[in-house]
Design a protein around this ligand. Sequence first.
Ligand SMILES: NC(=O)c1ccc[n+]([C@@H]2O[C@H](COP(=O)([O-])OP(=O)(O)OC[C@H]3O[C@@H](n4cnc5c(N)ncnc54)[C@H](OP(=O)(O)O)[C@@H]3O)[C@@H](O)[C@H]2O)c1
Length: 338
Amino acid sequence: MISGRRPNLGESLALRWAYHNEATTMATMKAVRFHSYGGPDVLIYEDAPKPEPTAGDVLVKVHATSVNPIDWKVRAGDLKSFRDYPLPFILGWDVSGVVESVGSGVNGFKPGDEVYGRPDLARSGAYAEYVVVKESEIARKPARLDHIHSAAIPLVGLTAWQALFDAAGLTAGQKVLVHAAAGGVGHMAIQFAKIKGLYVAGTASGGNQEYLKQLGCDLPINYETTRFEDVVHDYDAVVESMGGDVRTRSWKVLKKGGILVALIGPPPSEEDAKAHGVRASIIWGQVKSDQLAEIARLADAGRVKPEIAAVFPLRDAAKAHQMSETEHVRGKIVLQVI
Ligand SMILES: NC(=O)c1ccc[n+]([C@@H]2O[C@H](COP(=O)([O-])OP(=O)(O)OC[C@H]3O[C@@H](n4cnc5c(N)ncnc54)[C@H](OP(=O)(O)O)[C@@H]3O)[C@@H](O)[C@H]2O)c1
């Protein structure tokens, strides 16, 4: 205790250090977190510690993030056996925002840069006012798009790109069937496929047939009236995000040596693939900043446009999850942060 006398220099410095430390650790931001697994109502808009950039980090002021089905699967605890995130937890695999500050060793970005990307949730999710990312997890956001549209792209865009071109290795003139073609991944996949000169078939309900045509889909298939395996034959690849019966029926549409790329577990059966003389793979989309940059270039050229089904303020994340859980969203749901 130093009451009753002036602190000496050492004590004064110690006090200032303690005050500084407290101020630092007390820095908070608004975020949506969940403290226990459950339904949409476990999502709480509240104060949370503001992340601090360390060496190699970029602190991004989040303008918008988006909702992906994995968000509500994690929130419900469905993926706990796969990855158990520490609670309370901040979701948000997409970000579009502005660089607030950078840690030492960051050369590619500076405060004020508009960026978009896919944060690593093991460190920091984007249902928040701030998120920290590595340089390798972001790229310049498309200048032509606002933050709402940019935030709709990263996770689904990277997944669609990697399914078509990394996993399936498709090239111009080849044929691909994209399931759930009006959804987040699907509507990106259709656009990328057309840009690269592929012939593309896509499945959706009757109400989305006209939309698939607008996207450039060569063969829209109404799953309510048509069995896709009756109209699709000898294709080079299937992008399969439904599982179950849709996966079982998808083997038949591939030509010998073709490939089924699954986006959801369980992994496709190697036995089934062998029996049909085709290949199978399952992917978990990876963040690749060169692909984000390429997609941004395509968006700036007006060749890629994310479809926005709804925009909710961040505090209404629960409502956004309820909408996503219908599994009939066209394009993307975005959460606006500022
Ligand atoms: N592995 C990965 O890295 C990865 C990445 C992203 C997503 N995923 C997974 O892939 C799946 C799709 O993701 P997403 O973001 O595209 O989901 P999404 O946007 O929620 O998909 C919604 C779409 O699914 C369509 N749909 C529903 N039932 C259908 C059916 N029986 N046949 C064809 N289409 C149907 C709907 O079209 P209608 O309204 O016309 O029915 C709707 O447009 C999810 O399970 C997600 O978790 C995996």
